[in-house]
Design a protein around this ligand. Structure first.
Ligand SMILES: Nc1nc2c(ncn2[C@@H]2O[C@H](COP(=O)(O)OP(=O)(O)OP(=O)(O)O)[C@@H](O)[C@H]2O)c(=O)[nH]1
Ligand SMILES: [Zn+2]
Length: 213
């Protein structure tokens, strides 16, 4: 795996629709393994958290978040992406760390294919079967760029904010020291129950979904 470098760093004040406000240092990169414009958001005292980790202290909290236009920007209820991103900004802001915003829309198949996969789910397939019916893998994400970004940021010993064991195992294989995986909250909506259940059943996500009443 080749090294990437930080290409630019700029400060952006953030205010979310619910009023939550914070400031992020947003990083771009040169030399990433694919052509995506992946960005890292340094939140809270990320520099202090990084320095403490380098001195053998606790590892900074990092969320590798795969892009979901419908959920992250438009509040789609079909998934849990928007609330997970919101949760990550606040939790990582409190402790200092990074959100890696990975341009892996639709678990790597792209936005148009994800919308087609939604239509197949409306016809009865689960989220993974729908990908396969479209000729894709169940989950096409490769986290090489996430490992490159962490190395470029000087933060390759991390606590991961995720329920997805594949993120932790791929990053560990890529040389990142994953001290622990910290689960996110469960963000159930009227329309995402089957989707969350499929993630638990098929890909061993560490989500404890309350039983339906
Ligand atoms: N193909 C496909 N992609 C989906 C569907 N629903 C959501 N996604 C995508 O799945 C990805 C979810 O990303 P994350 O929230 O980072 O990852 P995760 O695997 O759920 O793991 P966590 O870290 O626990 O949230 C995004 O890229 C979404 O666009 C779906 O039904 N089909
Ligand atoms: Zn989503």
């Amino acid at each position: 795996m080749d090294d990437a470098t930080v290409r630019s760093q700029v400060r952006i004040p953030l205010r979310l629709p619910d009023g939550y406000a914070t400031t992020a240092d947003v990083f771009s990169f040169a030399g990433l393994a694919d052509a995506g414009e992946h960005v890292a958001f340094g939140l809270g005292d990320w520099a202090g958290a990084r320095a403490r980790a380098a001195a053998g202290g606790p590892a900074p909290l990092v969320r590798p978040h795969s892009e979901c236009l419908t959920g992250d920007a438009f509040g789609s209820q079909r998934c849990d992406c928007g609330p997970q991103l919101r949760e990550a900004l606040e939790r990582i802001g409190a402790t200092g760390g990074f959100v890696l915003y990975l341009r892996q829309e639709g678990r790597g198949i792209g936005l148009y294919a994800k919308l087609e996969a939604y239509a197949l789910q409306d016809a009865g397939l689960d989220t993974y079967e729908a990908n396969v019916a479209l000729g894709h893998g169940e989950d096409e994400r490769d986290y090489t760029v996430a490992a490159q970004m962490l190395r470029a940021l000087g933060a390759d010993r991390v606590a991961l904010l995720t329920n997805n064991p594949d993120k932790a195992s791929q990053l560990a294989r890529l040389g990142v020291t994953v001290v622990e995986s910290v689960p996110t909250g469960v963000h159930l909506s009227p329309a995402n129950g089957r989707y969350l259940a499929a993630k638990v059943r098929r890909f061993a996500h560490t989500l404890h979904i309350p039983a339906a009443r």
